[in-house]
Write a protein of this length. Structure first.
Length: 490
């Protein structure tokens, strides 16, 4: 075969062949590449640019397939469904990556293909991280865990240092998010008005949206990024930082309110979750201003001036100059420790989601039900009836009863969104739409069975008979090797 490939007549026939014939030939040759000695593989790649292009095309195709799987996994997570139906596809992807044909292909990507190498490793690492979280909780995940372990050893193990996938992925995600924040800042300085206009269309006043909502992601990519920037890497912290920077250009009507993984523009009119929003003193006035920036919780219960029940916690709020501080007086979070002081805003950001785990989904649903936006949390005197707050508490899975603090009333079992509202369809909770038309699918392994049994590509102009080929010499099938993280280019 090597002699025929170096023959002048073969070069002439290949040069005269049409593009489809050439692509088919080099695609088959790429599949058989792993059976040749390493030196011959490199020689062929240098001799035939079409073969090198075929190698890069395979890696890009596999990267796209893994990216599509990550899209599907995120869509399932937004719906709160099981990831088990996605396991057969990712199992097939893992098996394809572990074949000698693909491992040989990836090994031969050079410095000029650094972007393709990094893109593949990033998507693979994200996929392996998801599988590490999902597979142990699902029936049939054991096989995936085994494949994932092989892939981590193959691509993310560096001799003398061990497996570095987690550290490398964390660093790469940080770099991507730093770049995102920098690009957003530059775009805002250049021309903020189109950015403000587009985001005002997505974030309606008072309507809480998830920062993982597909429309939000599409807006951020269209405004600040491009197709070369990897998907699935933007963190909620980075998105929140960019939204807060945008707020400085938009004035009061475009001042984003961020709560964890949620954000909204301020509502035009405010509705209050509670019978009264009239502050009794300066502390309550400051407290109500902060609650206006938060998703709806059951009304705080006033025990005495400055002291309130928030779920199962007794909290003291106090003013220090112009700053409102929060100090837990009695709580299951304290574990006998001395009370700590937080800013009031940090208290709700941290303890709100802990006390009411369903607050994000409830805020999105409340935004849909109220044209003016989700209601603002109010303040009630202890013992006052609060039917609105009770309904919100049920939705959040928390408790509104005052109980006897110190020996707090037991929290009722949290109710899931599916139990409370069967068939609920929230915006951003469905399948993530694809960006634009799907590209033509590149089939990575056509005729793989035939190739494994010793069949060779048909040479254009030489008929269709298979040509014999010596068996792969011992030790030539890649195992380990320097073509993952253990690579000077990555």
């Amino acid at each position: 075969l090597l002699l025929r490939l170096h023959d002048a007549e073969t070069a002439r026939v290949l040069e005269a062949a049409d593009a489809r014939t050439r692509n088919g030939f080099f695609g088959d040759l790429r599949l058989a590449l792993f059976k040749l000695p390493d030196g011959s593989q490199k020689e062929l790649l240098e001799r035939f640019p079409d073969l090198r292009a075929e190698v890069l095309r395979l890696v890009e195709s596999m990267t796209q397939e893994i990216s599509r799987w990550l899209d599907e996994e995120r869509a399932v997570a937004r719906r709160g469904g099981s990831a088990a139906p996605l396991f057969p596809k990712v199992k097939a992807l893992f098996q394809a990556v572990l074949t000698p044909a693909f491992l040989t292909t990836f090994k031969h990507l050079g410095g000029s293909e650094k972007r393709g190498k990094e893109g593949f490793l990033l998507k693979l690492a994200l996929c392996l991280r998801s599988i590490a979280d999902l597979a142990p909780r699902e029936v049939g995940g054991e096989v995936l865990v085994g494949h994932a372990s092989q892939l981590r050893r193959q691509f993310f193990h560096v001799e003398g240092y061990g497996e570095l996938m987690a550290d490398w992925l964390q660093n790469r995600i940080r770099q991507c998010n730093d770049e995102f924040v920098t690009r957003a800042g530059s775009a805002l300085q250049a021309n903020p008005q189109p950015i403000l206009a587009r985001l005002r269309r997505t974030f309606r006043p008072g309507r809480w949206l998830s920062l993982a909502d597909p429309q939000v992601e599409d807006d951020l990519f269209a405004l600040f990024l491009d197709d070369a920037f990897p998907r699935h890497v933007l963190t909620h912290d980075a998105v929140a930082k960019v939204l807060q920077r945008i707020s400085s250009y938009g004035g009061a009507t475009c001042e984003f309110q961020v709560f964890g993984s949620l954000a909204r523009l301020p509502p035009v009119a405010r509705s209050v979750n509670g019978r009264t929003s009239q502050p009794q003193d300066a502390v309550e006035a400051a407290l109500l201003l902060i609650l206006q920036r938060m998703p709806p919780f059951p009304a705080l219960r006033r025990l005495r001036p400055g002291h309130f029940l928030f779920g199962r916690m007794e909290v003291e709020f106090l003013l220090r100059g112009s700053s409102l501080l929060a100090k837990m007086v009695s709580s299951h979070h304290m574990d006998g420790r001395a009370a700590e002081e937080f800013s009031a805003e940090d208290f709700f950001l941290k303890r709100g989601a802990e006390e009411y785990p369903n607050v994000n989904a409830a805020a999105i649903q409340a935004s849909l039900q109220s044209p003016a936006g989700a209601p603002t949390t109010g303040i009630e005197a202890i013992g006052a009836p609060d039917p609105i707050g009770h309904a919100v508490a049920l939705l959040l899975g928390g408790s509104t009863g005052p109980g006897s603090f110190g020996a707090t009333a037991a929290l009722q079992s949290p109710l899931s969104m599916a139990t409370l509202m069967p068939g609920l369809g929230l915006p951003g909770m469905g399948l993530m739409p694809l960006r634009g038309p799907a590209p033509l699918r590149y089939e990575p392994y056509p005729g793989a069975v035939g190739m494994a049994s010793g069949m060779l590509p048909t040479m254009p102009g030489f008929g269709h008979q298979p040509m014999g080929m010596p068996a792969s010499p011992a030790g030539l099938v890649p195992h380990g090797g320097k073509f993952g993280l253990d690579d000077d280019e990555i």
